[in-house]
Design a protein. Structure first.
Length: 252
């Protein structure tokens, strides 16, 4: 089973029988990925005088409540409502769910101050494929630790504004990264890369654009062209837990 798309001036075929999940789950415990000092995800059965929502504890069904922070626990997709005083839901931003996407692997560059940054200079020789609407950035080295790492207080890599300007100019509407943020962990609230991506300081903010953070792309997945499906929950807030899935080109 495949899907056929027109991409720029060519026809491409994607194989729907080979999905590649690039999300990290919401799960309990300190071994789950987290950032920005979010506490671990909590999942507990509802309990009352006459009911226990746990089969293991003698209840008829499992009926749990869940506590988590979308921006700090697991893979999540966010809208420009992340930065605006007015409420803007991810449900308003994400009306389509399939996009031609390019996966690019890159080593962050270490600056004199010790920061590790994905810069426009180091990616100036990378060509964005014509017609892509989504860009997936995989940072190197791509260690398994990313799947369970607590990034809080570690000053993880981020993107410089020059690169973000080039990403916007290339027509990328959906950016996916395996980092907690496109901006520096502590930047005094400037959030320059976020603001650049959504064009928040211009006349026409990019309300349809999204950023997905804390993904994980295995080393077995090659750089190149994919079909991206972004799955989100129907959570009415600026960000939602998400499950991005990519599909490779058909083997023909």
């Amino acid at each position: 089973m495949e899907i056929i798309c027109t991409l720029a001036d060519r026809i491409v075929h994607f194989d729907l029988t080979r999905p590649i999940d690039i999300s990290l789950p919401l799960q309990e415990g300190t071994e789950a990925v987290s950032c920005f000092y979010a506490p671990p995800v909590e999942m507990q059965p509802w309990r009352s005088e006459h009911f226990t929502g746990s089969v293991a504890e003698g209840g008829a069904v499992n009926y749990f409540w869940v506590k988590f922070y979308p921006h700090g626990n697991g893979t999540h997709t966010e809208s420009l409502g992340h930065l605006t005083p007015d409420r803007y839901s991810i449900q308003e931003a994400l009306k389509e769910f399939h996009f031609p996407a390019q996966l690019i692997s890159v080593y962050p560059e270490q600056l004199d101050n010790g920061d590790r940054v994905i810069t426009h200079r180091q990616m100036s020789g990378v060509d964005f494929l014509p017609g892509i609407r989504a860009l997936i950035l995989r940072t190197l080295p791509n260690e398994n630790l990313k799947q369970r790492h607590s990034y809080s207080g570690t000053n993880p890599p981020y993107l410089d504004v020059g690169l973000m300007e080039a990403i916007v100019a290339a027509g990328v509407e959906h950016l996916l990264i395996d980092l907690p943020s496109v901006d520096r962990e502590e930047d005094g609230g400037v959030l320059a890369a976020h603001r650049c991506f959504w064009q928040l300081d211009g006349m026409q903010p990019r309300k349809h654009a999204t950023i997905t953070e804390l993904i994980y792309v295995a080393n077995t997945v090659q750089d190149g062209l994919y079909l991206l499906n972004i799955q989100i929950s129907n959570l009415d807030m600026d960000a939602s837990p998400s499950k991005p899935v990519i599909y490779p080109l058909s083997k023909k």
